[in-house]
Design a protein. Structure first.
Lengths: 356, 356
DNA sequence: CTGTTAGCGCATTCAT
DNA sequence: ATGAATGCGCTAACAG
C-alpha cells in the first residue's frame, strides 16, 4: 500500500488555505504573501510534490507531449532521429509519443489521429515515401526534403548529393554508379538528383534503382570501368562495399564507395565508410522549435498576404539543413588507369585528359 | 478557427439529457433505454466523437500510456525493440512514451520519474549495463537477461550463446575467439558465458573484451589458428568480418564469423552474416502482457509466502525467450587443415581426430 | 495586494 | 431501470 502522492489540495489542507493558493505560491503567478509562499514552497519541496501532468493537461488543454510518427521504426536511420527529437523535446519539457506508420498511408493517418486523441500538442512526422500528410487540427512539423510542399525542415539532400559528387570528382573519378532503392522516395530522388547535378556532363553515370534491378552485378560494373559507387543509404553502400571486396577488389584502391546517413556501422567496417551525414540534432531541434512556435503562437491560420504559398508559415524556420561529408577510408583516388579499359567511354576519356 | 470537438456534454445538450447518460449509452455500462442509447450512439458516430483521453486519464487515474526507457536510443538494436513494443502496446490500446537514459544511471532514474509524472500506467525498461532499477510506484517490466534479478522477460542469451557454439562446433571448428564489448553488460556476459558453456573443454578459446583490448588484431588471431569468431553483437561481427576480409582471408572458407541480434545490415553484407536473433516481438509482447497484468491486477505487493524471492511475481510470465540461429553465409566448415598450423594446440588435435 | 471560486471532460457513485 | 450529482488535480478568471 503506497502512500498517496501529495496534491495541491493535500498541501493546502495543511496550511488551511485553498489549493489555488498553493498553486499560486508554487508557480509565482497570482500573488501570495511572500512568507506564506516560502513556507508552502518549502513544504512542497519536502514532500517531493510533483504536479499531476494529466490534471494540468485537462485544465490547460496542453499535454506537454508531442508525437513522433515514423514510416518504419525498423529503419536504421530512425535511432538518430528519435534520439535527437527526444533530446530536443525533453529540453523543452516535452515528452515524446512514438507511432509507427508501417510505411502505409492508412496507418500513418490512423497514427496521427491516435496521437491527436491522446492530446499531443504537436506532431513531428517523417512521411512515408512521397506521401503528403493531411492537414490536422494540431501543429505539424514535417521532416522530408526541402522540395516537398509542406516540408518544415530537413537535410538538404540535394546539396548533400552534390557535395558527395564533388568529393568523388576531386578524387579523380569520372565513371560513377549512383545507387538508390526506390524512385518513390523524395529523399532518394533528391540525393541522386544532387549527385547528378554535381557531376559534369562529361562524366559517365549509371543510375541504378535497386527496387527495379535487385540483381545488379556491382563487380561487373567495376570491371566495366566504374570507379565510384555512391548509394543513397549506407545500407546499400555496405552491400556494395562488401560485394566488391569479396569479388577481390581492393577498396578504395580499385573502387570507391560512399553512402548516406552515417549509420551506426559506417565507422565499424573495414574500410570504414565515407558517408554524407545529416545533422539530426539540428533537424530535430528545428522541428521541435517550429512546433513550439506554432503551439505557443496563436497560429494565424491564413498565411500573410502577398506570399505565394510555399514556405509561408508563422515562423520562418530554417528549412534545409546542410549535410556534412564524413570522409573515411572507403573513398580514395581513382585508379590511375582503368586496368582493363573495356569499351573506352568517350566522355571519360576526354575528361581524363584535361584532369591529370 | 476550428470547430470545438464534440464532448459528452455537447452531445448530451442536444438530447436534453445529462452527460452521464451519454457516457453510459456509449460505454454500455449503466443502463440506458435502448432507443435513446441507439440514437445517441448514432449521433456520436456522425459527429466523430472521440473521448478526451486526458480527461479520462484524470478521472480514472489511467493514462493509457506506457513508458519505454532505453539505455541508448542510438543503439542499432533499439528499432526492433521499439517497433515490437509499439505494436504490442498499440494492440492493447496503449500509447508509448519513449525516454533515453543515455546510458547513465542518473538519467535512467530521472527518465523513469518523468514518465511516472506523465502518468504512465507502466514502464518497460531495458536497463543500462548491469544496472538494477529501483522499485517504483508503477508497474515495471524489465528486459535484460534471465540471470538479472528483477528481470521480467528477455531473450535467453545464454542458451543463444550455447546454440551458436553448437552451430560452430558442428561445422568442425575447434579454435574460437569470443568477442564482447564490455564485461559490465549482463547481456554480453551471458552470451559469452553461453558460448563457453557450449564449447568442449578441449576447445581452444580466446575471450576478448574490446573495451579492454580495442586494438585487437583479428587477422593475427586467424593466422594463429583461430577459425571461428563469435561476437556478442553484429556490429562487432561486422567489424571482424570486414577486417578479416580485407586482410585477404576468405570468409567463410578460411574463417567463420557470427554475431548476435540480426541487425538491419546482417543480411545486406557479403557474405551475409550468421547471427543469433532474438524474437523481439515475443519479448515485447510478453513485457507488455506482464505490464497489463500488473496494471489490471490489484498487485498483491507481498509475494506469495513460501517462495524464495526470485521470479516470484504476480503473474508468472515467460522469462527466457529462446533465440534462433539465422545461419547465413559468414559461417562454414572449418578449414580442413589449419594452414600454417602454428603452435599445434593439443586439445584441438585430439578433438579433430574424433571428428572426421 | 491576497486568496478563493469555478470548471476543464470524463466515469462513478448514488438517488430516484 | 434511468439518470443526476460529485469530484479526479489543476489553473484561469474573479472577489475580498
Amino acid at each position: 500500500m503506497q502512500a498517496a502522492p501529495p496534491t495541491l489540495q493535500s498541501i493546502a489542507a495543511e496550511f488551511g488555505v485553498s489549493s489555488a493558493t498553493v498553486s499560486n505560491a508554487l508557480s509565482g503567478k497570482g500573488r501570495v504573501s511572500e512568507g506564506l509562499a516560502a513556507r508552502i514552497r518549502a513544504r512542497a519541496e519536502a514532500l517531493g510534490y510533483a504536479p499531476s501532468l494529466p490534471a494540468r493537461a485537462l485544465r490547460t488543454g496542453r499535454s506537454g507531449v508531442i508525437g513522433l510518427v515514423l514510416p518504419d521504426l525498423a529503419n536504421p536511420l530512425f535511432p538518430k532521429i528519435a534520439q535527437a527529437v527526444e533530446a530536443a523535446a525533453a529540453r523543452e519539457g516535452y515528452g515524446v509519443l512514438i507511432a509507427d506508420s508501417h510505411g502505409e498511408v492508412g496507418a500513418q493517418t490512423a497514427a496521427l489521429q491516435r496521437l491527436v486523441q491522446r492530446g499531443a500538442d504537436g506532431i513531428i512526422v517523417v512521411p512515408r515515401r512521397g506521401t503528403r500528410v493531411l492537414e490536422l487540427d494540431v501543429p505539424l512539423a514535417v521532416i522530408d526534403t526541402p522540395a516537398t510542399p509542406g516540408n518544415t525542415v530537413s537535410a538538404d539532400h540535394r546539396a548533400g548529393g552534390a557535395a558527395l559528387a564533388a568529393h568523388l570528382l576531386g578524387l579523380g573519378h569520372r565513371a560513377f554508379a549512383l545507387v538508390g532503392e526506390s524512385r518513390e522516395s523524395s529523399v532518394q530522388r533528391d540525393r541522386i538528383g544532387g549527385l547528378r547535378a554535381g557531376l559534369p556532363q562529361t562524366a559517365r553515370i549509371e543510375t541504378i534503382w535497386l527496387e527495379e534491378a535487385p540483381e545488379t552485378d556491382f563487380p561487373a560494373l567495376a570491371r566495366d570501368g566504374i570507379t565510384a559507387f555512391a548509394a543513397t543509404s549506407d545500407l546499400h553502400a555496405l552491400r556494395i562495399l562488401t560485394t566488391l571486396q569479396r569479388a577481390g577488389l581492393a577498396i578504395p584502391r580499385e573502387a570507391s564507395v560512399a553512402g548516406f546517413d552515417d549509420l551506426a556501422f559506417a565507422a565499424a567496417v573495414t574500410p570504414s565508410l565515407t558517408t554524407m551525414a545529416q545533422d539530426s540534432d539540428r533537424i530535430a531541434g528545428a522541428a521541435v522549435a517550429a512546433l513550439m512556435a506554432r503551439i505557443d503562437g496563436p497560429e494565424p491560420a491564413a498565411p500573410p498576404a502577398g506570399t505565394t504559398g510555399g514556405s509561408a508559415g508563422g515562423t520562418a524556420a530554417e528549412t534545409a539543413v546542410p549535410m556534412t561529408l564524413i570522409a573515411r577510408e572507403s573513398t580514395g583516388p581513382a585508379p590511375a588507369s582503368t586496368r582493363s579499359e573495356p569499351r573506352p567511354h568517350p566522355a571519360t576519356r576526354s575528361q581524363r585528359e584535361t584532369t591529370p
